[in-house]
Write a protein that binds this ligand. Structure first.
Ligand code: HEC
Ligand SMILES: [Cu+2]
Length: 365
């Protein structure tokens, strides 16, 4: 008896610890991962929310009713000395009909708004801005083309931060380059899969400017838990200014500066096999990428130091409280030690190489 009580208490403690660690993720003061799906900040998330609560309360009501009925039955009909067997109701047609019809009615009531919401959220508004979201192990890429203010044929590629205009519908066109991933921005919408060879649509809209956190929500390999992103909603003018900045090529640093040395390291250490930087004039001392970039696609670094690109490496660096430069040093020195399995290898860079690379990466605004 005593040992049973003890193991029961232990199980209770383990459960409590798990429950509390889950709350960590949604506690408002944990800047690291404010992934609260009960705090809608846009019309689509609100649509899901206003479906969730009625269904939740109906389910909660049924739960309480069933539990009470069980408790009452256990006490009223428990076996006592001299008690006869209670009346059996097996095969009672009236009762069978009642307890089939009531659940059917409840389910039908829930089904109507559910189906309506599901269909509503499937298709984007025809005039909404389309932004491609491409999942990679373990980071999200965002591509912009055919957007007002962009010349025909121009394309913007960025990573980790998806910049959108606030208070406007954006249609995220979801794709994957490798395995199945899932793009989840809890405050703006529910989860949706990114599937290789298929396009899925996700409607996103934020009421107010702000940063909305995202996370890959499908286990996709070793560093799945380190695959995050941010949606940065900004006022319309700022969005247009951002587009204009992104269309600018990178400047080539002055010779003899640390940034210039950093660019030399970038070209000689193999970085160009996986990373693109779009320069003003590709002939100027800049070799063509040796391997066609489709062979291995790493984040486009042209605007690595953009003001909205506050995080890198799947938006997990810098870690909470760490400064950007320290994190970047750590990353360049040994990526797989930060993200297990990372496709960016340890390239055996010297400390001087890393310092110069950082000096150059800082110029890529
Ligand atoms: C074999 C391919 C490969 C090579 C070579 C490579 N990288 Fe990377 N790099 C990647 C991948 C993939 C990522 C994304 C990793 C992640 O987030 O999981 C990345 C991420 C980065 C990032 C963060 C970018 C962001 O916005 O998240 C920087 C900066 C970077 N690499 C710089 C370099 C430099 C400098 C070199 C050369 C010294 C280099 N890389 C060599 C594949 C490569
Ligand atoms: Cu993933």
């Amino acid at each position: 008896m005593r040992s049973r009580l003890r193991s029961l208490r232990l199980a209770g403690l383990v459960f409590l610890a798990l429950a509390l660690s889950a709350c960590q993720l949604i506690a408002p003061d944990v800047e690291d991962a404010p992934l609260n799906s009960l705090d809608p900040q846009g019309p689509f998330a609100r649509q899901i929310d206003s479906l969730f609560w009625p269904v939740f309360w109906i389910a909660a009501g049924i739960f309480v009713f069933v539990q009470l009925a069980i408790i009452v039955a256990v006490f009223l009909f428990r076996d006592r000395p001299g008690r006869k067997e209670p009346k059996q109701i097996h095969g009672n047609a009236k009762l069978e009909v009642i307890w089939t019809v009531i659940p059917a009615l409840i389910l039908a009531t829930i089904a109507v708004p559910t189906v309506r919401t599901v269909f509503d959220l499937t298709e984007c508004a025809p005039d909404s801005m389309r932004i491609e979201v491409i999942a990679h192990q373990w980071w999200f890429e965002f591509r912009y083309s055919n957007i007002e203010g962009m010349p025909a044929g121009a394309e913007i590629e960025t990573a980790n931060t998806m910049v959108i205009p606030a208070d406007e519908e954006v249609c995220a066109v979801l794709q994957s380059e490798d395995v199945v991933h899932n793009f989840w921005v809890p405050k703006l919408h529910g989860k949706r899969y990114l599937v290789p060879g298929q396009e899925n649509l996700l409607r996103l809209q934020a009421d107010e400017p702000g940063t909305y956190y995202a996370h890959c929500a499908e286990f996709c390999g070793l560093s799945h838990s380190l695959m995050r992103a941010q949606v940065e909603a900004v006022p319309r003018e700022e969005f247009e200014a951002w587009i204009a900045r992104q269309l600018q090529p990178a400047a080539i640093p002055d010779e003899g500066t640390p940034a210039w040395d950093g660019l030399q390291v970038f070209q000689s250490a193999g970085c160009v096999q996986c990373h693109t930087v779009d320069f003003e004039d590709n002939d100027q001392n800049i070799p063509d990428n040796i391997i066609p970039r489709e062979a291995f696609n790493g984040p486009n670094l042209t605007h690595f130091a953009d003001q909205y690109r506050t995080h890198f490496a799947g938006a997990v660096l810098p870690e909470h409280g760490e400064d950007f430069e320290t994190a970047l040093k750590r990353w360049l020195a040994d990526p797989p030690s930060v993200k297990p399995g990372s496709y960016m290898p340890d390239l055996g860079l010297t400390e001087a190489d890393i310092d110069n690379l950082i000096a150059w990466l800082r110029t890529l605004e």
